[in-house]
Write a protein that binds this ligand. Structure first.
Ligand SMILES: [Zn+2]
Length: 479
């Protein structure tokens, strides 16, 4: 482990920050709900992708072996509706938008998850789980549909705090009179004409939305795993139903930590397809670099709402420019120190760069600040504004100083009519002379250089040079 520090994450189930203790030491199993692929992904999807990529990368950085599963919903009402509009085969249509999503995620520098399962590839696992739930008497079949019976689960509502008696399932869709409880939901839907369908013990049909995540998480991570994530709007009903299904299929099923990222809002209203107030990732990345978008997305804590703001995107773009400009300047300034100047042996020999005490202090401060803030429920917004900014300032100040020093030395070389290489050779000769106890020679080398305005200085085991007032000229200077 890079750091033994305890990582604390906010668990939506207990509504508090808890120490992350994976079931198997050193290994983390993590499932995150992905997208329903029927259109280009919007900023909310980008935020979820980046939030859990930050978690994934941080856990990898700490040395955990992480199995990260993020699904694609490629069988769904919305996909079927869209394909009916366009005439494209629903699976082809969703495959196309799965690819577009992957392009967006790659642009946003999100690492690909370990597994990216699709519903259409996991029908057997889904049907097996439904069968198990029916066998455990927690679901019932009506005319080729299978419904989950919510009142068979004692703790239904444990994640969302929703009470069964409060459910008003008829608010958006008329309640299906075949349901025993209005809150019951479909595990399997009987095929309708023109819809994609699969054979099942209950006739031709397709899965309901929630069952896929129970089935695929169990398939890749088993019934017990560490982290389940997704957008905050998935807490109810999606994640509540997942918990119910998984418990109904396997009593021991358990997710240790439920993690949810906040909404992206526009004018402080949730950004969503249904409200039509959304921007796609693609619309933003046409005008801003994807790294600027990523910077904007992590500039707020992942659980806070994040309001879409052109001003903040501009700020993020500038911040990313500053970071990469600093890196570029470092590369330019430091490249001469890295250049291997081959000497007699085969070993490449570069200039030795000493780490100054305040540089070391700055680096240690940055590392500590990063870990303290990341370990506190991934506080990326504080990481970006804390010691990281101090470090960038420190680097830029030092590079300016270094540049001026190098310029002063270059002028001193011109006045001395010497090259850097010639001085290096003289330094080596002097070291050799001292080794051979030929101090007359070593003193002569030093004195000859001093006359030319080059002072040799022994620092620790190495010898460096700096410009000085040429000794003879100094004597002639008027006092
Ligand atoms: Zn899900």
């Amino acid at each position: 482990m890079a750091d033994k520090k305890e990582v604390r994450v906010y668990n939506s189930m207990t509504q508090q920050k808890e120490a992350l203790r994976p079931a198997v030491e050193g290994k983390v199993g993590m499932y995150v709900c992905g997208v329903t692929a029927y259109d280009f992904s919007h900023l909310g999807h980008g935020r979820a992708g980046v939030a859990f990529d930050v978690l994934y990368r941080y856990l990898l950085h700490l040395g955990y072996e992480v199995t990260y599963v993020r699904n694609f919903t490629d069988v769904d009402d919305k996909i079927i509706r869209r394909s009916n509009e366009t005439g494209e085969n629903p699976l082809d249509l969703s495959n196309r938008f799965c690819q577009e999503y992957l392009t967006d995620m790659a642009d946003l520098q999100c690492l690909p998850p370990t597994h990216q399962p699709r519903v259409s590839d996991h029908m057997e696992q889904i049907k097996d789980m439904i069968t198990q739930i029916i066998n455990n008497d927690c679901a019932y079949v009506v005319d080729g549909d299978v419904f989950f019976a919510v009142d068979k689960i004692s703790n239904y509502g444990c994640l969302s705090g929703q009470k069964l008696e409060n459910h008003r399932a008829g608010e958006r869709v008329a309640v299906d009179s075949r349901k025993r409880n209005p809150a019951d939901f479909a595990l399997w839907k009987a095929a309708k004409p023109g819809e994609p369908s699969w054979e099942s013990p209950w006739g031709l049909g397709r899965p309901g939305w929630h069952i896929e995540c129970s089935a695929m998480s169990a398939h890749y991570l088993s019934f017990k795993f560490d982290i389940h994530g997704g957008g905050i709007d998935l807490i109810f009903p999606h994640h509540e139903n997942e918990i119910a299904q998984s418990r109904a299929a396997c009593q021991e099923s358990c997710v240790s930590y439920w993690m949810h990222n906040g909404h992206v809002t526009n004018n402080n209203e949730k950004m969503s397809k249904s409200l039509g107030n959304f921007f796609t990732i693609r619309q933003i990345t046409e005008r801003y670099h994807p790294l600027a978008l990523r910077h904007f997305l992590i500039s707020a804590h992942y659980r806070s709402p994040l309001n879409y703001s052109v001003l903040q995107l501009e700020g993020a773009s500038e911040a990313v420019y500053y970071i990469y400009q600093t890196l570029q300047d470092c590369e330019d300034t430091l490249s001469s120190f890295r250049e291997a100047t081959p000497s007699e042996g085969t070993e490449p020999k570069g200039k030795t760069v000493r780490v100054l005490p305040d540089a070391e202090k700055c680096i240690k401060g940055l590392q500590k600040d990063f870990h303290d803030k990341m370990a506190d429920d991934l506080n990326t917004s504080h990481v970006l504004t804390g010691a990281f900014q101090d470090a960038l300032k420190f680097i830029n100040n030092n590079m300016n100083t270094l540049k001026i020093l190098e310029q002063l030395k270059a002028k001193a070389l011109i006045r001395a009519d010497l090259t850097e290489e010639q001085i290096s050779r003289l330094i080596e000769e002097r070291i050799l002379a001292r080794k051979e106890k030929d101090f007359a020679k070593s003193d002569q080398i030093r004195a000859d250089l001093t006359v030319k305005g080059i002072a040799l200085m022994d620092v620790g085991t190495e010898t460096i040079w700096r410009p000085c007032v040429p000794v003879e000229q100094e004597e002639k200077l008027p006092s």
